[in-house]
Design a protein around this ligand. Sequence first.
Ligand code: ADP
Ligand code: ZN
Length: 192
Amino acid sequence: LYHGDGHGWIEVITGVMFSGKSEELIRRVRRALIAKRRVQVFKSALDDRYAGVRTISSHAGSDVEAVPVRSSREVAEKVVPGTQVVAIDEVQFLDDGIVEVISALADRGVRVIVAGIDMDFRAEAFGPMPMVLTVAETVDKLHAICVLCGNPATRNQRLVNGEPAPYEGPTIQVGGHEAYEARCRGCHDVPR
Ligand code: ADP
Ligand code: ZN
């Protein structure tokens, strides 16, 4: 944990799908609640893996809902005065404006925790992530386990009908009939 005193900061949790980014984000939020901090949690509305809102509860008795957002502006509008910790999951789906929004929050003393996938299925930078990583005080890059060989996985393998998806496909395929696997560099396949 970063120990800057008297100002805010930005913590990024990044890595491939299934690497435990959400688990780590929730863990940090729970601990902030135990510390009785005032916390707001957001997640990109594009991520429909979970129906409705997820509630993060703590043994300290406070609950916090992950509020779905569609844009960086929505985050800026929904943060209320007095909030000490802002957490955002699936930040790779948000627009580039998120960099300014989280920077402004940190400047005014807020601890910002964001989780996001660093690379798309082509192993290229995902949305605003390069700039988010750049402005952060701390970055933790998590690994999953490669489903083919068991090595640490860093890459998202997109499969369409069980076959590696070609390079030309869209970065985000909402409601597509595709699947994703965590794979290592050696097992990752993007046919051109
Ligand atoms: P992320 O937010 O990075 O997508 P989650 O926190 O949602 O990750 O999920 C992490 C969990 O996914 C792990 O604790 C594990 O139970 C499960 N999991 C499923 N497939 C894998 C895999 N290939 N490697 C590691 N964990 C996996
Ligand atoms: Zn592998």
